[in-house]
Write a protein that binds this ligand. Structure first.
Ligand code: 5RP
Length: 233
C-alpha cells in the first residue's frame, strides 16, 4: 500500500499535462455519460487519464457497477489505482469507449499512437458501438498528417522488408524509427515490436490497407471509418 501514491504519480500523468485545462473540460464531458452496468473501453494518454479519473470518481461516489476494458498496461494500472474494475475483450464487449487522439480531421479521421498503444486501442475501438474521442482544440487539423507522422507498429524481424515496402511508396516522405527517451535504443511496444513514424506527402485514401498488407506491419495509427463521436471544447 505504501507505494500506491508513487505508482499513481509515475503512471497516472500527475506529471505535466499540456493544455491541461482544455483536456480536463473535454474529459469531464465523458464522465457524464456513464451509466450503471456499463462496460467501457478505457483509452490511453493524458486526456484519457483525466477522463478515467473523472469516471472513477463518479463510479465510486455513486456505487455504480461499471467495468473498464483498458487499452494499455498504463490504463490497466490506472484503473487498479483508481479502483475501477476491469474486464477483457475475451470476456466482454465494450458498450462504448473513450480515447484521445493526436490528430482529428473534419471527416472524423484520426491519427493515434503517440503513446504507442494503437494495437489495443484499435481492438477496443473496433469492438465498441461508439467511441468518444476527447480532442482539445490543438488536436483538430484541416489535413490529416499536418502535424504528426503516422506511427506503424512493426515486428523488428521485418524491418528490412518494411523499409523496402515503404521505399516503394511515392507518397512517403520520411520514415523514422521511434527511439526511447534516452536515445539508447528503439521504443519497444507492449507487444514487443518497434514503431516507425511515417511522414506522408499526403496520406493516400488506401494508406491503411497498403501499410497493413506489408508482412510484419502489426498495426497502424490511422483510425479511419470507426464509429466515433468527437468531444471537444
Ligand atoms: C496513445 C494515444 C493517445 O490517445 C494520443 O497520443 C493522445 O494523447 P494525449 O491525450 O496525451 O494528448 O493514441 O497511443
Amino acid at each position: 500500500m505504501q507505494w500506491t501514491n508513487q505508482l499513481a504519480g509515475q503512471l497516472n500523468w500527475s506529471r505535466d499535462i499540456s493544455n491541461r485545462e482544455e483536456k480536463q473540460r473535454v474529459a469531464d464531458q465523458v464522465a457524464g455519460k456513464v451509466k450503471d452496468k456499463d462496460v467501457i473501453g478505457i483509452g490511453s494518454g493524458s486526456t484519457a487519464f483525466l477522463a478515467l479519473q473523472a469516471i472513477a470518481e463518479r463510479v465510486n461516489e455513486e456505487g455504480l457497477d461499471v467495468k473498464g476494458i483498458p487499452t494499455s498496461k498504463e490504463a490497466e494500472i490506472n484503473c487498479a489505482v483508481l479502483g475501477l474494475a476491469t474486464t477483457t475483450l475475451i470476456d466482454s464487449r465494450p458498450d462504448w469507449g473513450f480515447d484521445g487522439a493526436d490528430e482529428v480531421d473534419g471527416d472524423r479521421r484520426l491519427i493515434k499512437g503517440r503513446g504507442g498503444a494503437m494495437l489495443r486501442e484499435k481492438l477496443v475501438m473496433a469492438s465498441a458501438e461508439k467511441t468518444y474521442i476527447l480532442a482539445d482544440k490543438s488536436k483538430m487539423v484541416e489535413r490529416l498528417g499536418e502535424k504528426f507522422a503516422v506511427p506503424i507498429e512493426v515486428d523488428a524481424r521485418a524491418i528490412h522488408l518494411v523499409e523496402t515496402g515503404l521505399g516503394n511508396l511515392s507518397s512517403v516522405k520520411r520514415v523514422e524509427m521511434r527511439m526511447a527517451e534516452k536515445k539508447d535504443g528503439p521504443v519497444i511496444t507492449e507487444g514487443g515490436n518497434i514503431i516507425l513514424d511515417v511522414t506522408f506527402e499526403d496520406i493516400p485514401a488506401d494508406a491503411e490497407s497498403t501499410l497493413k498488407a506489408m508482412p510484419g506491419v502489426v498495426e497502424t495509427g490511422l483510425f479511419i471509418g470507426y464509429p466515433v463521436e468527437i468531444l471537444t471544447v
